[in-house]
Design a binder for this molecule. Structure first.
Ligand SMILES: [Zn+2]
Length: 326
């Protein structure tokens, strides 16, 4: 569903609400006892004070933890809250299913960093369920066109901006990881750099120059390791290869360079596009789509995956960013 289509659906919904609202507005004169049946010559009740709606508790809908390393971890689709006064997103084509247990997974990863190296990533976790708000979409699709939610979308984006700025105060170059869960047939991590599956299937000589337009385009030009081009996506020090070596299959990686034709693959969404270094800059972004079984299904498996993530990302940060915990 395009944002435009979503907007059209929303406008239609708002129009219907406006009509219903106009009908409903005739009733309260009786309900508040102001004089049922008062005719044209009866006294006119003075308008009572208008009680503004209570502000939405938007600050409680996002977990934010300041970090102490050049890493920002976002979990947009694992929210646990569904306030009854927020309408469900109904725009045609909008995805409303949660990425199960990804909030718990993000919290486990942050805790594992602290236990291992006494450093924490900056953490931004959307608490709202995806049927209420999508934390990986532009404004209209994210809110389903529900205008009062705009303030939360702005707050959520500001929280990410603040986390990124904090990460860059730790180190000049920073990495954003956008953590998700997929239900595709192949149980492997899908590492998203905004590079399509068909592009990943190209020969190295053709794919290499395209990495400059990926979400690690800035790293392609400035990695401390000297890695660039295809090597950043599926060389031995690529993130997917690090996970693969730790027992978590991943694509792209050294042994699984690209999804085959017909295989599903997520290559990155709004957050990866907005936060990555497609146009250069000192902040890169990578989307990690996790499979369910063995990664996020049980507390033990989440703990094991969190441990592997710490190992993989510490190596990645040292290799390509020249950063390591003291
Ligand atoms: Zn997701």
């Amino acid at each position: 569903m395009t944002a435009l289509g979503c907007m059209r659906s929303t406008r239609l919904a708002l129009g219907i609400l406006a009509i219903l609202g106009a009908v409903g507005c005739g009733a309260p004169a009786d309900e508040d006892g102001s004089g049922s049946g008062a005719g044209p010559t009866g006294p006119t009740a003075p308008p009572g004070p208008v009680t503004p709606p209570a502000p939405l508790p938007i600050t409680t809908w996002v977990d934010l933890e300041d970090g102490t390393m050049p890493l920002v971890l976002i979990a947009p689709h694992g929210g646990d809250l569904a306030p009854a006064d927020l309408p469900d997103r109904t725009c045609t084509g909008c995805v409303t299913g949660n990425d199960t247990n990804t909030r718990a997974l993000a919290l486990a990863i942050a805790a594992a960093f602290e236990l291992r190296v006494n450093r924490r990533p900056f953490l931004v976790v959307n608490r709202l369920q995806r049927r209420k708000f999508d934390g990986n979409r532009e404004l209209v699709e994210a809110t389903g066109g529900h205008l009062p939610l705009e303030a939360f979308w702005n707050l959520y984006q500001a929280r990410i901006d603040s986390a990124v700025a904090g990460a860059r105060r730790v180190h000049p170059r920073a990495l954003v990881i956008d953590l998700h869960g997929h239900g595709h047939a192949v149980p492997r991590l899908e590492i998203g750099y905004l590079t399509s599956a068909s592009s990943l299937r190209l020969a190295d000589s053709l794919l290499g120059p395209m990495v400059a337009q990926s979400s690690v385009g800035g790293l392609h030009r400035a990695a401390a390791s000297g890695d660039s081009g295809v090597v950043l996506l599926r060389g031995p020090r690529a993130l997917g290869s690090r996970f693969r070596a730790l027992g978590f299959p991943a694509v792209p990686s050294d042994v699984d360079p690209a999804p085959l034709v017909g295989q599903d693959y997520f290559n990155g969404g709004y957050n990866t596009s907005r936060r990555g270094s497609v146009s250069g800059g000192a902040v890169d972004a990578i989307q990690i789509e996790t499979h369910y079984t063995g990664v996020r299904d049980t507390p033990d498996n989440r703990f094991a995956f969190a441990e592997a993530t710490v190992t993989a990302l510490l190596a990645y940060l040292q290799d390509h960013y020249g950063w390591r915990p003291l």
